[in-house]
Design a binder for this molecule. Structure first.
Ligand code: NAD
Length: 348
């Protein structure tokens, strides 16, 4: 039985990954999370009942705490998902992005390097990153693992910095690292500041649906469970020092996403008699500064080398996600309370 240390495990992807790993492996999981506004133990209610899961509240930038964790749990792998993740917040207050995404990753790498130096075979450091490090695409083309980095937001720049450090620790110190760069995720437990949950909740409550710019920005959507599967495959079968792009090949404009959500909410929870359909709530607002126009991932390497294939179609995945948010309004209230009122962020 292996022990995996999952940082950021109380966030959206982290909590899905914890559940995914419990369902598919016999491993022990040590979940490390600072519990910022984006992390909540409400995301881990099921997993925390499992004796294989230990939760530790800690900051990945706290060197003493990380050293204690490694010494106590002697992990076979670290899966680093802890991060500040909202581009809009990175425009308003970039400091936390540098502290966690850059310095925090550096502290984890250093702790892992010293742990391995004290004698640890078959250790792995898997760092979860994003397609945003590659910058923006025109109307055609895709990001491959060889695409040069060109980050355009403080969030993307902080993730790119961390990726460079991860790579350097392989080449300089031989630390067995793996890097995954994934496209936009959707699914249960995503904090309601992100596009899909924000639009679902505003639509059901009859609040305006803010669409940045002309709504034509394209993202390549992937269900979070398919991302989790890719992470575990990279961990078990990936070659140290390699990076793997993960993406669903589901390119949609933000406007298409909002219109589909309106349709689904109208169907699942019809508006009051006489009320307008949800699409009447669409409101075009000033664009995000530095807003990347298009992302698209070439995932052929992870498909070819590790046998990864996504299981969810976008249509079914989105429908299930809308249903999940409509059925978990208490969770939505609980995680937003005192942190977020769905106000506009990121105008600089
Ligand atoms: P999230 O914001 O939902 O969760 C981040 C978690 O990290 C939270 O639980 C938070 O409390 C924790 N955290 C923040 N700072 C910390 C610190 N200093 N120490 C310990 N824990 C800390 O994010 P997410 O969407 O689940 O993203 C997870 C990872 O996946 C991130 O690295 C992100 O860059 C990457 N990623 C996300 C997406 C996406 O679409 N959401 C796509 C590709 C890659």
């Amino acid at each position: 039985m292996a022990t995996f240390l999952i940082t950021g495990g109380a966030g959206f992807i982290g909590s899905n990954l914890v559940q995914h790993a419990l369902d598919r492996t016999a491993d022990r999981l040590v979940v490390v999370d600072k519990l910022t506004y984006a992390g909540s133990l409400a995301n881990l209610e099921g997993p925390l009942k499992d004796p294989r899961v230990t939760f530790v509240r800690a900051d990945i930038g706290d060197r003493a705490a990380m050293t204690r964790l490694f010494d106590e749990h002697r992990p076979d792998a670290v899966l680093n998902l802890a991060a500040e993740t909202h581009v809009d917040r990175s425009i308003d207050s970039p400091q936390a992005f540098i502290d966690t995404n850059v310095v925090g990753t550096f502290v984890l790498l250093e702790t892992a390097r010293q742990f391995v130096a004290r004698g640890r075979d078959a250790f792995r450091f898997l760092h979860v990153s994003t397609d945003e490090v590659y910058g923006t695409l025109g109307p055609s083309g895709q990001f491959s693992e060889e695409t040069p980095y060109a980050p355009n937001s403080p969030y993307a720049a902080s993730k790119a910095s961390a990726d460079h450090l991860v790579r350097a620790y392989f080449h300089t110190y031989g630390l067995p690292v793996l890097l995954t760069n994934c496209s936009n995720n959707y699914g249960p437990f995503q904090f309601p500041e992100k596009l899909i949950p924000l639009m679902i909740l505003n639509a059901v409550e009859g609040r305006p649906l803010p669409i940045y710019g002309d709504g034509g920005n394209v993202r390549d959507w992937l269900h979070v469970e398919d991302h989790c599967e890719g992470i575990l495959l990279a961990l078990h079968k990936g070659r140290p020092g390699e990076k793997y792009n993960i993406g669903g090949g589901n390119e949609r404009t933000n406007l298409q996403i909002v219109e589909k959500i309106c349709e689904l909410v109208d169907r699942m929870q019809p508006a009051a008699p006489g009320a307008s359909p949800r699409r009447a709530l669409k409101t075009f607002v000033p664009d995000r500064p530095g807003h990347d126009r298009r992302y698209a991932i070439d995932a052929s390497k992870i498909r070819r080398e590790l046998g990864w294939t996504p299981r969810h179609t976008f249509e079914d995945g989105l429908e299930a996600t809308v249903r999940w948010y409509l059925e978990h309004r208490d969770w939505c209230e609980q995680v937003q309370q005192g942190h977020y009122d769905r106000q506009r962020l990121g105008l600089g």
